[in-house]
Design a protein around this ligand. Structure first.
Ligand SMILES: Cc1ncc(COP(=O)(O)O)c(C=O)c1O
Length: 400
C-alpha cells in the first residue's frame, strides 16, 4: 500500500478534525524547499505561516537546539536557567522593553498581555478591565486572546466568552476614539493585521492609539506575533512606525520553527505585576530560549533586515509581472516578507492554493479572498524564481 495514503488516512482517523489540510504528507525540508513522502519537492512561500524565519533546517538553529538538548533540556521556573536569562536580556537590549515574560505560543503571550493590562486597570479602579480590540483582528484561539479576536467565526459557538471586549473598526481613529473611555485598561492591535488579510495600520493610526491609551491610562499592546522577528524588514514593526507600545507580544518567527513566544513590557507597565500573578511550566524553557537566541543572532546580523526588504521588492516586481499577464490580482499589500494579494473577481484563492500545490509551490491564504506569502526571510533568488515559475503555471491552468 502507498505510504502516503496510509499516513494521510491515519491523519483523518486519529487527529481531531479541526484542520482540512491537502493530501501531501511532508517529511523533510531544506532552506525554502520541502519534500513529501513520495519525494515530490515544493518551494515554500508559506514559511509555516510566517514561522520559518531562516527556512527549513537551518544549520545554525539545528546546531543550537542539538547542543542545548544535550546540555540542559528543562528546569521549570522554580530555578533559573542561563539560556532564558540570555534571551530575556537580548530582547530587552534590542527593543523598548525593560522586562520580558517567556512562554510558548502567540495566544499564550497575548493571554499574558491582556492579563497584565487587566491587572494594571483593576489596580486603578475595579471597572477598568475593558479591552479595546479591532474588527478583523486575530489574537489566538483560547481564552482572552480568542475573546479579543475581532472575527465572529473564531469567537462563535463556545458560550459566553471573557466579558469586557470592545471592537473598533481597524484604521478608523475617530470611531476608535468614540469607543474609548476610562474603563478601558488596554488597547490590543496588530500593527499589520495578518490573518485579517495583511493590512498594515494606516499612517497616524498607531500614533493616535498611543495618544488615546495615554489619555485614558490604558496600556497599548502591539501584537507582533506575525509581524515581528524581522518579518517586515525591521526587528519589530513598531520600529518603523516610531510608535512605542507598553507591551509587545512576539512568537512565530522568533523560534524559526521551535515553539517559543514572549511578552515584552516597559518598566512602568511591568510595575505591580507581583510574584504569583502569572506563570507557565515551559515558559523560559532552555531549548526554546536557545532556539530564539540562534534566530535573533541571524536576524540581527548586518544586512539581514536589508535583505528582507530586497526580497520584498523582488516579490512585488514578480507579482506585478504576473498581474500584467493574468489580470488576477486586485490589490497587493506588503510589509517586508509578509505579502497579501487580493484575488481579482473570478479568481478564487482556494483553487489558486490547491493548483499551486499540485505544481510544487506552497502558498497560503488570509482574510476573505487573499493569497498570503510569508516565505523564509533568507529565501534565495533561485527559490523565488522557481516558486514564481510554478505560480505562473498554476495561474495558466486556472486562466479565465
Ligand atoms: C497576530 C497573531 N496573534 C496571535 C496569533 C496566535 O498565535 P499562536 O497560534 O501561536 O497561538 C497569531 C497566529 O496566527 C497571529 O497571527
Amino acid at each position: 500500500m502507498n505510504n502516503t495514503s496510509c499516513l494521510r488516512t491515519q491523519y483523518d482517523s486519529c487527529l481531531l478534525p479541526i484542520y482540512a489540510p491537502p493530501q501531501p504528507v511532508l517529511v523533510r525540508g531544506q532552506g525554502s524547499r520541502v519534500w513529501d513522502e513520495n519525494d515530490k519537492e515544493y518551494v515554500d512561500f508559506g514559511g509555516g505561516i510566517a514561522v520559518l524565519s531562516l527556512g527549513h533546517a537551518p544549520p545554525i538553529l539545528t546546531a543550537a537546539i542539538s547542543e542545548q538538548a544535550g546540555r540542559l533540556l528543562h528546569t521549570s521556573n522554580l530555578h533559573v536557567n542561563d539560556a532564558a536569562v540570555h534571551l530575556a536580556q537580548k530582547l530587552v537590549e534590542e527593543t523598548f522593553a525593560a522586562r520580558s515574560f517567556l512562554c510558548n505560543s502567540g495566544a499564550e503571550a497575548n493571554e499574558a498581555a491582556i492579563k497584565l493590562a487587566r491587572h494594571h486597570g483593576c489596580s486603578i479602579q475595579s471597572e477598568k478591565y475593558h479591552v479595546l480590540a479591532f474588527e478583523n483582528s486575530f489574537h489566538g484561539r483560547v481564552g482572552m486572546a480568542m475573546a479579543a479576536t475581532g472575527q465572529q467565526k473564531i469567537r462563535n459557538g463556545f458560550g459566553p466568552l471573557t466579558p469586557g471586549m470592545r471592537f473598533a473598526p481597524f484604521n478608523d481613529l475617530a470611531a476608535t476614539a468614540a469607543m474609548m473611555d476610562d474603563d478601558v485598561c488596554g488597547i490590543i492591535v496588530e500593527p499589520v493585521q495578518g490573518e485579517g488579510g495583511v493590512v498594515p495600520a494606516a499612517n497616524g493610526f498607531l500614533a493616535g492609539l498611543r495618544d488615546l491609551a495615554d489619555r485614558h491610562k490604558a496600556l497599548l499592546i502591539f501584537d507582533e506575533i506575525q509581524s515581528g522577528a524581522g518579518r517586515t524588514g525591521h526587528l519589530y514593526n513598531y520600529m518603523e512606525t516610531h510608535v512605542t507600545p507598553d507591551v509587545l507580544t512576539t512568537a512565530k518567527g522568533l523560534g524559526g520553527g521551535f515553539p517559543v513566544a514572549a511578552m515584552l513590557v516597559s518598566e512602568a507597565a511591568a510595575a505591580g505585576f507581583p510574584v504569583g500573578a502569572h506563570g507557565s511550566t515551559y515558559g523560559g524553557n532552555p531549548l526554546a530560549a536557545r532556539a530564539a537566541l540562534a534566530v535573533l543572532g541571524e536576524i540581527l546580523k548586518d544586512d539581514f533586515l536589508e535583505g528582507v526588504k530586497k526580497r520584498e521588492n523582488l516579490f512585488c516586481d514578480k507579482l506585478e509581472e504576473l498581474n500584467n499577464e493574468f489580470n488576477c490580482f486586485s490589490d497587493i499589500r506588503h510589509k517586508g516578507c509578509l505579502i497579501g494579494i487580493d484575488m481579482a473577481e473570478g479568481w478564487t484563492v482556494k483553487t489558486v492554493v490547491a493548483t499551486a500545490l499540485d505544481e510544487g509551490l506552497i502558498v497560503i491564504t488570509a482574510g476573505q479572498n487573499t493569497l498570503r506569502l510569508a516565505p523564509a526571510l533568507n529565501i534565495s533568488v533561485e527559490d523565488i524564481d522557481a516558486g514564481f515559475a510554478r505560480l505562473r503555471r498554476a495561474l495558466q491552468i486556472l486562466r479565465i
